[in-house]
Design a protein around this ligand. Structure first.
Ligand code: NAD
Length: 363
């Protein structure tokens, strides 16, 4: 049993948490600490108007607790938008475990985390995210039923994410080029990991000319060989002559530096948080005439897959729902072009409309 140390001098001097929560419209935050297992975690529930909050758990070595708090607040709000725009009866939530995923994992830590998730009584459903493996989630599931993405259940969400991204890309092509056929289009996929590789497969089946870049030379070699894609050097990505740029690695690749170089007509990829500074870079894309598929709408295949597990629906249902991303992206981008408003703003407004409708239906 650990000893609890009470410190009466404790004082928060900046960034009061409740003000920060209310500025982003969050419902609830659970701070979790356990000295026995070393667990330090934050679970943020952003909104549950449309259903229980669903979003993964990330394990990361944050520089400090404020960075972890900011991350979980931003990510959980993103889940609310993603779930709403995809017409899923889910709210938005996310959890972060503060620590090194290579050295700090233990069954006890994840089981303790599972008990915290369970204390929310189904208001928050967790899944895997960066730094978490299916076996970690098996430990969590020993303490709570409110977990999805377990081995033998809905499985790896990446194929569904890739299919939805492919559909969203086609919708953008329809608007920009007048046809959604991708044959002969020059498409650059940046990051050919779980999602990127499946995306390359779809694109090559349609005989697009696919360029790939990845920090792993072995991965590039494998994907070039398997699908007949063309590998390019990492530092040539943004200068590449291409019709479509598909970021499928890390976030923040749309920034001042890359915007000065990018010559594509469309950006449509699976990476989260692609706009480095949301409003400034969303507007810059519109001004440059680059059509942008908002990340949280085009990459919703993964959460669709999780939802199928929550509701015991088939994998065919999940793929059918991911196919609908074509129409969602088409609506967003067409409205953005018509109204001359950045597509991410349109997508957020559409998600908010759905949440507000849900709110008035429950009154
Ligand atoms: P992953 O880790 O399997 O693949 C990422 C790939 O990007 C790896 O091959 C890595 O080597 C490469 N990479 C990393 N940094 C790079 C760089 N600077 N330049 C080029 N390549 C680089 O991840 P994933 O599951 O394929 O996810 C890819 C992106 O899509 C992430 O941003 C993730 O958050 C997002 N996403 C994934 C899913 C899903 O279902 N897996 C769902 C929604 C969103």
């Amino acid at each position: 049993m650990s000893t609890k140390i009470m410190n009466s001098d404790f004082e928060i001097t900046q960034n009061p948490v409740i003000s920060q929560m209310s500025s982003m419209d969050h419902d609830q935050i659970l701070f979790c600490s356990d000295n026995v297992t070393g667990l330090k975690a934050i679970i943020a529930i952003h909104d549950t108007t449309l259903g229980p909050a669903l979003g993964g758990t990330r394990m990361w070595s944050y520089n400090n607790e404020l960075d972890a708090l900011n991350d979980v607040l931003r990510l959980s709000r993103g889940m609310t938008y993603k779930n709403a725009i995809s017409n899923l009866a889910l709210g938005g939530g996310k959890a972060v475990i503060i620590g090194d995923s290579k050295t700090m994992k233990s069954e006890a830590l994840f089981r303790r985390f599972g008990r915290f998730v369970n204390s929310l009584a189904g208001n928050y459903i967790t899944a895997e995210d960066v730094g978490i493996s299916p076996s970690d989630m098996v430990w969590v599931s020993k303490e709570t039923n409110h977990v999805v993405g377990l081995p033998g259940k809905s499985g790896d969400p990446s194929p569904v994410t890739a299919f939805g991204t492919y559909m969203g890309m086609k919708a953008c092509a329809k608007i920009r080029f007048g046809t959604d056929a991708l044959e002969g289009r020059k498409i650059l996929v940046q990051g050919v990991g779980h999602v990127g590789e499946y995306l390359v497969e779809y694109l090559r089946k349609e005989r697009a000319e696919v360029f790939i870049a990845d920090i792993s030379d072995d991965t590039v070699r494998k994907v070039v060989q398997k699908y007949g894609a063309k590998g390019i050097e990492l530092n040539k990505v943004y200068q590449q002559d291409m019709d479509i740029y598909a970021p499928c690695a890390l976030g923040g690749t749309i920034n001042d530096d890359t915007l000065a170089k990018l010559k594509c007509g469309i950006i449509a990829g699976a990476a989260n948080n692609q706009l480095s500074i949301e409003n400034a870079h969303g507007q810059a894309l519109l001004d440059k005439g680059i059509l942008y598929a908002p990340d949280f709408a085009i990459n919703a295949g993964g959460v669709i897959n999780c939802f199928s597990e929550v509701k015991d629906l088939s994998s065919e249902w999940a793929m059918g729902k991911a196919e609908d991303i074509y129409h969602t992206i088409h609506d967003i981008v067409a409205r953005s072009e018509r109204e001359r408003i950045p597509s991410h703003v349109i997508a957020m407004r559409m998600a908010e409309e759905k949440i507000n409708n849900g709110r008035s239906n429950t009154k």
